[in-house]
Design a protein around this ligand. Structure first.
Ligand code: VG1
Ligand code: CO
Length: 543
């Protein structure tokens, strides 16, 4: 088959962020844009020669077209085998699992995760390595460097692969396996959890609503929850992946999964509600009348994981991203296991997991996962919750309240100020950064600051250092505010203000979240002069 070498020149701004390269879909569709990034990735990993790669995406607009482009480039770059999800679908955790299962050299995951999809919305590409995890910073830096010096890319002429039919075909010297996106992932889940116990739970009348948000987890949730575990038909709603996610925002939080939240807060609420995001790596857990914050969910899962077969030996350690609340630290402390605090983004957990230093990881942004793959995993979290509920025979609310009674409660919220001018966002961060050294000991809006710094991470496994990972201010009395700029947006800047207040071991745990956080919020706004600096009175989203 003829390999074409096409001359090209560098395109600005192809710098991967927190989770791959994300841009407006039309940007990705511009001639050569995707091609440059894919070739740069092959160049950065030392070429495709002899390699096996996994390819799949969350089904958003441009997914299958992008896959056809990548397949042709992979064949031209000497890849010997490509494994692709049927219809181009693979959830992010399922892609991670397929890479590991097949001992592949890596994979391309096409997704902009929880960002809306469509020709005028967002698209994204991420490269995961041999361990199944997102490329670490060293590699994303190499990819970015390659995008800045690229002069040509390679592709083959050939027909598109039929992604709707399972089986093996050839593209030049490369074989293409179109595989069931769900099957091996479902098998993995069965190995981790006590499916008999969960089956018995559903058989006893336990009810659930799983909102797949018209995104990729629909087929996974239907197969596992309804077909395998016996949840009633209709348990999975919005279960067919759509290119535009039904024009929704596939972000599992109380704002974007409002229909589910309303149901769970109503008299008609089932025993448990759950939702997942565009690419299936995030999860939201809601009990009847109670929303479980992701930081609490991580802590509760860590405290109870031993009730599931795969974790019966206990955990070796827990890792959480820096802005995630300290709830899981308390579990680690009580269990006498290590707690690692990493920068935001799953790529930072990979080394810890590979080195066997941690079993469970999580982020405040609704991501939880374990050493079973190298990505966060939405359905995994839901199944671990179900396994725990099946064993403890208590409601979600009872388990959460019991947890707070044992450890105290970490009140938590994140305020997002979206699409602000990049310059203003940078100015706010610069001004606050400059103030940090003098803040300790000062009192702002009635709260005394106990410490302030900019988070920098020294990877304990490979010794790499990641600087500028967020500004954090701690207050006397157990409060904390973190300021950070998002690395996944596609428009202007998004400023995230993370607020946290510990109740104390014996403090009140039933306060309204925002009321409990008010003093920390007032202090955070005052010390940063936020509203004036970015000219906003209120955040766009509070989760
Ligand atoms: C956000 C979240 C972060 C998460 C990342 C990717 O990043 O805060 O915790 O790992 O999205 O998740 P940022 O830089 O915008 O804060 V996903 O489900 O979008 O791949
Ligand atoms: Co996601």
């Amino acid at each position: 088959m003829k390999i074409n070498t096409i001359a090209c020149s560098p395109i600005d701004g192809q710098e991967p962020g927190t989770s791959g390269l994300r841009k407006k879909t039309r940007v990705f569709m511009a001639p050569g844009y995707l091609e440059n990034f894919i070739q740069a990735t092959f160049d950065a990993i030392g070429g495709g020669q002899g390699k096996t790669i996994v390819i799949g995406g969350d089904g958003r607009f441009f997914n299958t077209q992008a896959i056809q482009t990548i397949l042709k480039m992979a064949a031209a770059n000497g890849v010997t085998k490509a494994i692709v999800g049927e219809d181009g679908l693979l959830s992010t955790p399922a892609a991670s699992h397929l890479i590991r299962l097949n001992a592949a050299d890596g994979g391309f995951i096409l997704s902009a995760s929880h960002n809306p999809g469509g020709i005028d919305e967002d698209f994204g590409v991420k490269f995961n390595g041999q361990n199944g995890g997102p490329a670490p910073e060293g590699l994303t830096a190499k990819i970015y460097a390659a995008t800045q010096t690229i002069t040509q890319y390679q592709t083959v002429e050939g027909n598109d692969i039929d992604l709707s039919a399972l089986g093996t075909s050839a593209l030049g010297n490369m074989s293409v396996d179109v595989v069931d996106p769900v099957a091996s992932y479902a098998t993995l889940m069965q190995e981790l959890f006590d499916f008999d116990a969960i089956r018995a739970l559903f058989a006893s009348g336990f009810t659930m609503c799983f909102d797949a948000m018209h995104a990729v987890t629909g087929p996974y949730a239907k197969t596992i929850l309804e077909d395998t575990l016996g949840a009633a038909a209709g348990t999975v709603v919005n279960g067919t992946p759509l290119e535009d996610f039904g024009k929704g925002h596939p972000d599992p939080n109380p704002i974007w999964a409002k229909t589910l939240m309303d149901l769970m807060m109503s008299d008609a609420a089932p025993d448990m509600g759950a939702a997942s995001d565009g690419d299936g790596d995030r999860n939201m857990i809601v009990g009847r009348g109670i929303y479980v914050t992701p930081s609490d969910s991580l802590a509760i899962l860590a405290a109870n994981a031993h009730l599931a077969p795969a974790y019966a030996q206990g955990l070796v350690g827990i890792a959480r991203s820096m802005p995630t609340s300290a709830a899981s630290d308390r579990v680690a402390q009580k269990r006498g296991i290590a707690l690692f605090e990493t920068p935001t983004g799953w790529k930072f957990f990979g080394n810890l997991l590979d080195a066997g230093k941690v079993t469970i990881c999580g982020e405040e942004s609704a991501g939880t996962g374990s050493d079973h793959v190298r990505e966060k995993d939405g359905l995994w979290a839901v199944l671990l919750w179900l396994n725990i509920l099946a064993v403890r025979k208590q409601s979600v609310a009872e388990i959460v309240h019991d947890h707070w009674a044992t450890y105290g409660r970490d009140y938590y919220a994140r305020c997002d100020y979206e699409a602000i001018e990049t310059q203003k966002a940078n100015a706010l961060m610069a001004a606050l950064r400059a103030k940090l050294p003098d803040l300790a000991g000062q009192t702002v809006a009635g709260l005394e600051i106990s410490g302030a710094d900019e988070f920098s991470y020294d990877d304990p496994v490979d010794g790499s250092v990641s600087k500028n990972q967020g500004l954090r201010i701690t207050f006397k009395g157990g409060g904390r505010a973190v300021f950070r700029l998002s690395g996944t947006g596609t428009q202007g800047a998004t400023l995230r203000l993370y607020l946290e207040q510990y109740s104390g071991q014996t403090g009140t745990v039933t306060r309204e979240t925002l009321a409990a956080l008010q003093p920390v919020r007032d202090a955070a706004l005052a010390v940063s002069n936020l509203q004036t600096m970015i000219n906003r009175n209120a955040p766009d989203v509070i989760t």
